[in-house]
Design a binder for this molecule. Structure first.
Ligand code: SF4
Length: 433
């Protein structure tokens, strides 16, 4: 039987757990000690470049538009200092996956991109040997940059397009021209990247079902390997909160129609947001990175790093002047051997994270693995899991709990419903700057 057990389908995007709004000041934790007991043979390397050529009205990411070139150069110099400190204090053995994001890292000039990859390699990371992703925007794509990314071993390019209808992107506070989008897609097709991903947004002001499906048709026509469909969330301090436009919430209808279109066009659904072409093969590493069990090293202001018991980063802000001052603080940082902002995860939160990541991210929750790691029965510990099964939103097969199609549709309700009470409290009390 299938039924709905949530009042609000669009509660929030459980991209990571605990959410960054639960981070607070920490008491200067020593980096070597934090990583001493961690496994370091399949780490995730995330590099954050907090720069874009424009600030989109819907975006709450840690980024600023059009910084001076000397700020970018100074940032790269600091990134190099941070890298050398990480090498000395953490001594990563091997990376299983890598992503360069932001912001729009393709905002960098070619000589700055060269420098960026020199820094990445100094850490011992070789993009050509692992799944390696890089974010671009239509306006920052050039032949020279794509050649460089390809030569450096990047195999996945992710481009935020959001919509192929100019009035829609304008209403989203992103003045983007379609000819720029098509030119970027044409150029991308000329390079042998294994995966091209396009991000789209549904629920935009002035969007109709037809105009939304037109955007989905365009990514299908371009035969891209991956599509991410993001529901629009109007977030505090972002540009579109000022527009005060009201319209009916059609997000779920738009989502379902687009899903059907993609499924009937050779894509399979990996998660609520992610659709991937059937039969894609990914680079193999000695050991694959597991988001539930392996750590993440974040480089740069705004990048998060995860050990089992501590998640940390620089401070977080959305308003331009606050982001700018955090970046300046990062550039002026005298050393990188301790951590002063983040959250310590007790055993209960570590277990909860394992459950949330597993349930929401395609792999499913391996109940035996959970019990081996934590000595508990997840179904008993989290009654919501049983409720999901009863409601037809999840199935248990061969010891793995996986969301059904109906469950995947409700991911943005299920994730937040699994948050602990103390984390919910911290998120509520967070003062966004
Ligand atoms: S949506 Fe992308 S391009 Fe726009 S401001 Fe955010 S990171 Fe930059």
């Amino acid at each position: 039987m299938v039924k709905t057990i949530f009042n609000n389908i669009y509660e929030g995007y459980a991209y990571s757990y605990p959410h960054k709004h639960s981070y607070r000041r920490l008491n200067n934790l020593q980096l070597p000690l934090l990583w001493k007991e961690e496994r370091k043979d399949a780490l995730f390397l995330y590099v954050h470049l907090p720069f874009c050529e424009m600030r989109c009205g819907f975006c709450n990411l840690f980024t600023i538009a059009n910084p001076q070139s000397d700020m970018v150069d100074a940032y790269l110099q600091t990134l190099e200092r941070e890298t050398m400190a990480i090498k000395a204090h953490i001594a990563p053995q091997a990376f299983g996956q890598m992503a360069v994001g932001g912001g729009t890292p393709a905002f960098l000039q070619p000589h700055q991109l060269e420098k960026l990859f020199t820094i990445i390699r100094k850490l011992g990371a070789r993009p050509e040997d692992m799944p390696s992703s890089f974010e671009v925007s239509p306006a920052t794509v050039t032949r020279e940059k794509l050649r460089l990314l390809n030569e450096q071993g990047i195999d996945r390019i992710s481009m935020g397009v959001q919509s192929f209808v100019e009035t829609e992107v304008k209403a989203l506070g992103r003045p983007q021209k379609n000819n720029e989008v098509y030119a970027a897609l044409d150029l991308l097709k000329q390079y042998p990247f294994q995966t091209v991903n396009i991000d789209l947004i549904y629920g935009a002001y002035a969007q109709t079902l037809n105009s939304w499906l037109h955007s989905v048709q365009e990514v299908i026509r371009y035969d891209v390997e991956e599509v991410f469909m993001y529901p629009l969330y109007v977030r505090p301090l972002t540009g579109i909160t000022k527009l005060e436009q009201q319209q009916e919430d059609n997000r779920f209808i738009f989502y379902r129609e687009a899903k059907q279109l993609l499924l009937s066009s050779g894509y399979r659904q990996v998660s609520m947001r992610m659709f991937r072409k059937e039969g894609l093969i990914h680079k193999q590493t000695a050991r694959s990175y597991s988001c539930q069990e392996d750590g993440m090293i974040g480089l740069g202001a705004g990048a998060r790093s995860y050990t089992r018991s501590v998640h940390y980063s620089s401070e977080y802000a959305v308003a331009r002047h606050n982001i700018r001052s955090i970046i300046e603080k990062y550039i002026a940082k005298p050393h990188f051997n301790e951590v002063d902002y983040g959250i310590e995860l007790n055993k209960e939160e570590q277990q909860r994270r394992f459950v949330i990541k597993s349930v929401l991210h395609g792999t499913g929750l391996n109940l035996n693995r959970y019990s081996t790691l934590y000595g508990n029965d997840a179904m008993q510990q989290y009654p919501l899991l049983q409720e999901l099964v009863t409601a037809g939103m999840a199935l248990v097969q061969n010891g793995i709990l996986r969301l059904t199609e109906h469950g995947i549709d409700h991911s943005d309700a299920i994730g937040p419903a699994l948050y602990s009470t103390p984390i919910k409290q911290l998120i509520t009390e967070f003062e966004l700057q």
